[in-house]
Design a protein around this ligand. Sequence first.
Ligand code: GA4
Length: 331
Amino acid sequence: MVVLSHPIVDGNLTHIKTCKAAANAVSIPVVDLSQSGAKTVIFEACKELGFFKVINHRISMDFVTQLESEAMKFFKLPPPEKAKSGPPNPFGYGSKVIGPNGDVGWVEYLLFSTNPDLASRNPSSAATGISETLWEMANEYVSAVREMACEVLEMIADELEIPTREALSRLIRNQKSDSCFRINHYPARPNLPALTGRSLIGFGEHTDPQIISVLRSNDASGLQISSGGSRWVAVPPDHGAFFFIVGDSLQVMTNGRLRSVRHRVVAESVRPRVSMIYFGGAPLTEKITALEGVMEEGEESLYREFTWCEYKDSAYKSRLGDDRLSLFQNS
Ligand code: GA4
């Protein structure tokens, strides 16, 4: 995909890219989880865009706001304190550097594994600025969001008309599910002449490798999704809603029926943006392949068979914006 971006050179912004400020406006599908027609809207949105917004989800917004302020307490600590929880190899605190292969953005973050087998690679709260309260609240939040994601995945299974309703949800409910949780803080955009008419890249364009991601942010703008080609659509923020993002694994498991969506975050706001994303992934040994009952008779698999572990290893060797699935496509 062509990105209209070039690096700007200015002290601590060196190497962070910018892009054209304007983005098209397209309406984002809205799913009311309390309505019986939710399934149909979800399925259509996953086919068309790989993205939708969920309202009436029953998750307490007071709790979410509290978690957000607890996270902000961490981000307000002096840099050397925050650095004690880093570097994110692959989990922990990171500032500007994203992943191991040279990607950077106008962002700082905390990244945790929710897989108990990998928990030892999370920063330990004793030695770091991450409070016990933040840990506990993050765990509670992940459990609630995971349950909502399972509900949505079961609706997707219904619409796919596959024999097992839990074929997708069991993967992220599984004790060994390789899921992770990220809290991103995009500081307010600096006021620099070099940025006039342009946006600073907060988190560069990419697709999520997992099955499904659930994002919630404060009311600061910045999230954009690709609507094909180099067209970007700005997603208006909504602090009371959750945004669902179809990941590469779900695209493969539905043999391309549902599509993973490229998205990015630009720092365009004078207000800091805080987002929390739960990435629901399969257990490491799970085969990522078309689900039983998905394929029509005679339909060929678009992808060769691979495990989540293989895909994840390959993802961590890639650059953020790479088309990671192309390496697994059948010719
Ligand atoms: C994108 C989705 C998730 O944020 C993430 C990211 C991960 C990271 O930040 O370490 C990756 C990126 C993400 C895909 C390619 C690799 C790995 C950065 C990167 C360059 C946590 C994930 O699982 O994959």
